[in-house]
Design a protein around this ligand. Structure first.
Ligand code: MN
Length: 262
């Protein structure tokens, strides 16, 4: 897409909200595909994978959204911190700072190694167009595509928006898969490994609030813009990582990414 970025319409102040490549993706798509067909082929291992969305206006996170993770969190004082475990309709959504965003090759730089720092494997939805008060029925029209995400989290009593917003604590990659490439986003296997050992395994059919519900709920409070990222919640099996650990996350039909913890 590098040659395409230079062809985006010139921006004038004040800059429009959202990611401008994602905003214009539909009109640029045929040109992107033409360039991809003619582009030199290299190895994925030879390139550095950054976030496929460079400038999201916001990174939205879903609270407990898998039943087994709700049970796990209720039984673990480190996760619940004495608070009741609440899902979407009680707790709503949280935001992660957009400055936390990195791609898999950048890795996670742990800030508070004396505290518990957990991985959370998640399916990420990339919003493709502006919308507010979106109905469930129309919600998928606002989806451009999907990516794999890590909602890195420091456990503790502070607001989630703080604990989950440390620089590099929002990993998105390994690339963006457009919606048409995924036959049924409500039936995808999701796996996470730490140093080769599988720690999380789930299927998106077990999401408590599905993607249309999350989009309708989020947009009932705020406008969604192209490039906004929606992390859909993690299944059971969360746990701590430490500098030197290597996390791998895979979502069926979307991709697999490796992330080094430093
Ligand atoms: Mn999460």
């Amino acid at each position: 897409v590098t040659p395409i970025v230079g062809k985006l319409p010139p921006l004038t102040w004040p800059l429009p909200l959202g990611d401008q490549l994602i905003r214009h993706f539909a009109s640029l798509r045929s040109e992107i595909e033409r360039l991809a067909d003619a582009a030199p082929v290299g190895k994925v291992s030879d390139v550095e994978l950054l976030s496929p969305v460079a400038n999201p206006g916001k990174i939205i996170g879903a609270p407990v959204n898998y039943a087994e993770h709700a049970a796990e969190a209720s039984n673990d004082q480190t996760l619940s911190h004495g608070r009741p475990i609440r899902g979407l309709l009680e707790a709503g959504l949280f935001l992660k700072a957009s400055s936390a965003l990195v791609g898999p090759s950048e890795g996670v730089q742990q800030r508070f190694p004396e505290r518990r720092n957990d991985y959370e494997a998640e399916l990420v939805v990339v919003i493709g167009k502006t919308g507010t008060r979106i109905s469930r029925a129309e919600a998928m029209d606002y989806v451009l595509g999907y990516a794999v995400g890590l909602d890195m989290t420091i456990r503790g009593p502070e607001f989630p928006c703080l604990r989950k917003s440390v620089d590099s604590y929002a990993v998105v990659g390994p690339w963006l898969v457009t919606k048409d490439e995924v036959a049924d986003v409500g039936r995808l296997e999701l796996n996470l490994w730490v140093n080769g050992e599988r720690r999380q395994h789930a299927n998106t059919k077990d999401l408590i609030s599905d993607i249309p519900t999350l989009i309708a709920y989020a947009s009932s409070f705020y406008t969604l813009y192209p490039g906004d990222l929606l992390m859909t919640g993690t299944p059971s099996g969360v746990g701590p990582v430490h500098p030197g650990d290597r996390i791998e996350v895979e979502v069926e039909a979307v991709g697999r990414m490796a992330v080094q913890v430093q």
